[in-house]
Design a protein around this ligand. Structure first.
Ligand SMILES: [Zn+2]
Length: 415
């Protein structure tokens, strides 16, 4: 098996080790079978195709407007900004939590579109404002970083937000999730969702278009216009397109796929989204040999960077950081630093916020908003979501009483 094959091979053992914060490992894609059908009709750009929200859902879901913004106050501590993240959302719980082969992982690591639509207005109502990681630090000519001071109005709290794995691999097609992202005729980023009957809908079935619609109505939910960070791998292409030249160069639709994925990336950048590496292979970086890490970085730079652009953000696959609460050192860190990464984010729902900020790098913890954390919250085992929203108001009634997968046992990422 060549290096790429080693990286692409799934490693099921990793999922168990980092189950608290990990999506299931992404399977190696089925070569040549994955290109979206270019003849798929785009019925309309309306978001009304979304099938799951409750009939009573409205944009603000009954939440009051936030308190009026007060006088601007300087804020200069990146490590004190909380960071929430989600995965691609389940559109149809009957499939996503029921018939899908991915049901267990979906229950644990994902939320539904309806849950996301209930979360956003609650964050907004409580005065959270989305900020960019890059609003919180700058990189100096010598390569070191320095905290930046932002001005945050009284009654507002800066919040980092990221979404992982908007790759829509082909094996997800029956999982009740969106199948790809696209730019509609109005220039807006939308999703395609193929329902249980096989009918394709274009609308707002996942994080990016739902956030975009909410931000369009409530621009004050962002401090300066930033909407979030999208962390992407390369082992199945990006945004639902088989766009990785190292895997899909022989696909008859390869050039179209790269063009479509690039159009999505450009439209996202234009509306305030940023991109992070999530590794190419979605393997735990500390478990890679140094040679594998270098190959993984090479593949991301070859397959993903031409579409998204360069980034200095690393969101660790499985949230699996290089070290626990210590500081970075050693060859893996040196390799990532030499590739330009300056801000690193793991997963740890243990605290409202956690981070370290040094001249060489910033590292921070992200809180996983998913079935695991919502289930722990509703069972009284965690209160990390309490400052953000009332989980009981948010949780989708289609979930089982266990909220996460029945039988799931939480293991702290710190052991
Ligand atoms: Zn991931």
């Amino acid at each position: 098996m060549d290096r790429r094959g080693v990286l692409a091979a799934g490693s099921a053992a990793l999922a168990g080790l980092m189950a608290a914060c990990a999506p299931p490992p992404q399977d190696a894609p089925a070569t040549g079978s994955a290109a979206p059908d270019p003849t798929t009709p785009a019925p309309s750009s309306s978001a009304s195709a979304t099938p799951t929200p409750s009939p009573t859902f409205t944009d603000t879901d009954g939440q009051p407007a936030p308190k009026p913004a007060g006088a601007p106050v300087p804020w200069s501590d990146p490590t004190a900004v909380p960071h929430l993240f989600v995965h691609a959302c389940v559109v149809d719980p009957a499939r996503g939590f029921g018939t899908s082969a991915m049901a267990e992982g979906n229950l644990n690591y994902k939320i539904t579109v309806a849950e996301f639509k209930r979360i956003l207005p609650r964050l907004w109502s409580r005065g959270f404002v989305i900020v960019s990681p890059h609003e919180l630090y700058e990189t100096l000519p010598d390569g070191t970083i320095k905290a930046k001071t932002i001005m945050v109005p009284e009654n507002r709290t800066p919040l980092l937000f990221s979404v992982d794995d908007l790759n829509y691999p082909a094996h997800q097609k029956d999982a009740g999730l969106a199948t790809r992202m696209l730019v509609d005729t109005d220039g807006r980023v939308r999703t395609e969702y193929v329902d249980a009957d096989g009918t394709a809908h274009i609308g707002a079935h996942d994080v990016v278009p739902v956030m975009d619609d909410f931000m369009d109505n409530h621009p004050e939910f962002s401090l300066t216009g930033h909407r979030g960070v999208s962390a992407l791998t390369g082992n199945s292409g990006v945004f639902g397109y088989r766009s990785s030249v190292s895997l899909h160069a022989d696909s008859p639709t390869f050039a179209e796929d790269v063009k479509a994925a690039t159009a999505v990336a450009e439209a996202m950048k234009a509306t305030g989204w940023e991109f992070s590496s999530h590794s190419w292979s979605h393997h735990a970086i500390p478990k890679m040999s140094l040679a594998e890490l270098r190959e993984d970085c090479d593949l991301w730079e070859k397959d993903v960077q031409p579409i998204l652009g360069a980034t200095d953000l690393m969101i660790f696959p499985f949230g699996w950081d290089l070290v626990g609460t210590g500081t970075y050192e050693g060859a893996h860190y040196q390799e990532l630093h030499s590739r330009g990464f300056r801000a690193y984010f793991n997963v740890n729902p243990g605290n409202y916020t956690w981070g370290q900020f040094f001249p060489a790098y910033w590292r921070g913890a992200r809180i996983n908003v998913d079935g695991i954390t919502m289930g722990r919250t509703l069972r009284g085992e965690a209160d990390v979501l309490t400052p953000f929203f009332d989980t009981a108001e948010v949780v989708d009634p289609s979930r089982p009483p266990s909220i996460s997968a029945p039988g799931y046992k939480y293991v702290s990422p710190l052991g």
